[in-house]
Design a protein around this ligand. Structure first.
Ligand SMILES: NC(=O)c1ccc[n+]([C@@H]2O[C@H](COP(=O)([O-])OP(=O)(O)OC[C@H]3O[C@@H](n4cnc5c(N)ncnc54)[C@H](OP(=O)(O)O)[C@@H]3O)[C@@H](O)[C@H]2O)c1
Length: 329
């Protein structure tokens, strides 16, 4: 039966002020869908790209927002056998619409949440933690003793990734914009921290590595860092360009990769690393088990009421947040 829910919506692409809380009618879940009552909702940089109408196909307007959440299943549509009413689930992906008290979701995107992990922590962890999981375990094959450069190391994904890389025996050079963030990055296991708002990170990487460069650069900052990141790689190193927080990366001539040392370049997306159900469940199990044994510890998230989603976006965009950002309905 349809019922009225509260949801953050927007009717124009633009700044955080386009977001507002509305009451909308939510239909009963359709075939293959579950209906979730959210306990906590994750905020991610991709939500900002969706709101601005940049990166990938634009969402048809008016639209909801949000691709990460945790909650209890309150209704199950036809043809769903793996989940039942009362199950606690988390999800990453599916159609945007997570910034809401309730939502319908394809059951294929849901994963069971083990007992012992609270919902706000899980909402702070699944998108960023699963991104860190595939970046550190499946996107590139890393060996103990490798050295990597990870930009925005005190951010949401950066916090999970630096801890995981450290646990894998990798030497991590992290970049951050402020001394306060540098302290967080060090506490999370970065062996070296560069404040890239003051220091040229390319010079610093070469100084730290004795001119050798790093095996992998993880770059989610994009426009402001991409070309200099290539210069930090050792010959046959790998550039993992996985975001564009500072704007899109300019087109690159393929020959540049040869000239700079037979480099590898990938532009991965979590969507392609969790599309297969078996891989998705395996990645979630690896993340939950790393959280249970404290290989990765989800820091305290920045928490906002659902109605203040616009403020959460403004803070994330202006680099005021550290770790993850969570909305509570
Ligand atoms: N490809 C994928 O599968 C995937 C999945 C998840 C996330 N991502 C990407 O990973 C990145 C991190 O996502 P997140 O949600 O965890 O965000 P976040 O790292 O918490 O926030 C972004 C950080 O980027 C840094 N930054 C550098 N230049 C910036 C600029 N001009 N404007 C804003 N921020 C800037 C800031 O850290 P400093 O202040 O320290 O510079 C900021 O805190 C995003 O680019 C996101 O799109 C990609």
């Amino acid at each position: 039966m349809p019922h009225i829910i509260s949801s953050i919506r927007f009717s124009d692409y633009g700044g955080s002020d386009v977001l507002s809380l509305s009451n909308i009618e939510l239909p009963a879940p359709g075939p293959g869908e579950i209906q979730i009552r959210h306990a906590a909702i994750g905020v991610n940089y991709i939500d900002i790209y969706h709101r601005k109408g940049v990166f990938g196909p634009k969402l048809p307007l008016p639209s909801g927002l949000g691709v990460e959440g945790v909650g209890e299943i309150v209704a199950v549509g036809p043809d769903v056998s793996a989940f039942k009413v009362g199950d606690r689930v988390a999800y990453v992906g599916g159609p945007p619409g997570g910034y809401a008290t309730h939502r319908n979701l394809p059951a294929a995107r849901a994963i069971h949440v083990p007992a012992g992990l609270d919902s706000a922590t899980v909402a702070a962890s699944v998108f960023k933690g699963l991104t860190a999981e595939y970046l550190t375990h499946r996107c590139v094959s890393l060996q103990p003793g490798d050295t990597v450069l990870f930009h925005a190391a005190a951010g949401g994904v950066g916090s999970f990734a630096s801890q995981w890389l450290k646990a894998l025996g990798v030497t991590v050079i992290g970049t951050v914009s402020t001394e306060a963030k540098a302290q967080i990055a060090r506490a999370q296991g970065c062996d070296h921290v560069i404040i890239y708002s003051h220091d040229d990170f390319r010079d610093e990487v070469m100084r730290i590595t004795g001119g050798k460069g790093v095996r992998v650069v993880y770059d989610s900052v994009g426009a402001h860092t991409f070309m200099r990141s290539l210069d930090c790689l050792q010959p046959r190193g790998t550039m993992v360009s996985f975001g564009e927080s500072s704007g899109p990366v300019e087109p690159l001539a393929v020959g540049t990769l040869g000239a700079k040392g037979s480099l590898f370049l990938t532009r991965p997306s979590i969507a392609h690393y969790t599309a297969d159900r078996v891989e998705y469940e395996g990645a979630a199990e690896r993340l939950f088990s790393a959280m249970r044994d404290s290989t990765v510890v989800a820091g305290k998230p920045s928490v906002y009421p659902l109605a203040e989603a616009a403020q959460a976006h403004a803070d994330l965009e202006s680099r005021r947040t550290t770790g993850a950002v969570v909305l509570l309905p």
